[in-house]
Design a protein around this ligand. Structure first.
Ligand code: PLP
Length: 220
């Protein structure tokens, strides 16, 4: 897509979202120019899979948007991730939680995080198995410098969107269950589910954050 088309597409997409559903623009592989246009058109949150790519674009865009990490975080990138991101959507182990907590404590900051749920129970995928999520949330709730604010899931793919519904449904159930437990320091506010092909189903199943790339910027 050319820049004008991106601008128009982003504006239309934002206007089409139901009230209360936030957009994370999944911006991997897009140029700084493309991202700048999307931000000018109304994108408030940028999602990146890799720390290094986010740093390159951050050097151009800076604080015009908020920054979410939506890809798996390697331990050796955690320090840079804490410096750059406003929220980490992909926390998936207590080990990583403790590392992030220590790094945030050094700068007296508090990092909001989502737990990434491996809702498809796929052996080679990142994320925590659904049955292990409550215990992880409880353990993380004891850490003072990170704060659980929700869940994120990808679901298996490629699949037709409708086939993802059961995975979104299960993640939503888990979300409600954890919210009802009212753990101190845990605020279950956000459910991040759905991509270009599946966001409508995800919203029907309770997503209030959708992560969209292709539908905003065109094919990668
Ligand atoms: C790329 C990506 C998306 C968006 O995918 P599209 O199909 O391009 O909308 C969403 N979430 C994550 C984690 C991604 O890596």
């Amino acid at each position: 897509m050319n820049l004008e088309k991106i601008e128009e597409t982003v504006q239309n997409f934002i206007n089409s979202l139901p009230v209360g559903v936030a957009l994370v623009a999944a911006a991997k592989t897009r140029s700084a120019e493309e991202v700048q246009v999307a931000v000018r058109a109304g994108v408030k949150i940028l999602g990146y899979n890799y720390v290094q790519e986010a740093e390159q674009i951050h050097a151009v865009i800076g604080r015009q948007a908020q920054w979410h990490l939506i890809g798996h975080l390697q331990r050796n990138k955690a320090k840079r991730a804490v410096r750059l991101f406003d929220l980490i959507e992909t926390l998936d182990s207590l080990d990583l939680a403790q590392l992030l907590n220590n790094l945030c404590a050094e700068s007296s900051g508090v990092m909001p995080v989502f737990i990434e749920v491996n809702s498809g129970r796929e052996p080679n995928k990142t994320g925590v198995l659904p049955e292990a999520v409550p215990a992880l949330v409880e353990a993380v709730s004891a850490l003072k410098n990170i704060r659980v604010q929700g869940l994120m899931t990808m679901g298996p793919f490629p699949e037709p969107a409708e086939a993802l519904r059961p995975f979104f449904k299960e993640t939503r159930k888990l979300f409600d269950q954890i919210a009802q437990a009212r753990l101190p320091g845990v605020e279950m506010r956000y459910l991040s589910m759905g991509m270009s092909d599946s966001y409508l189903v995800a919203i029907e199943e309770g997503a209030n954050i959708v992560r969209i790339g292709t539908k905003l910027f065109g094919p990668r």
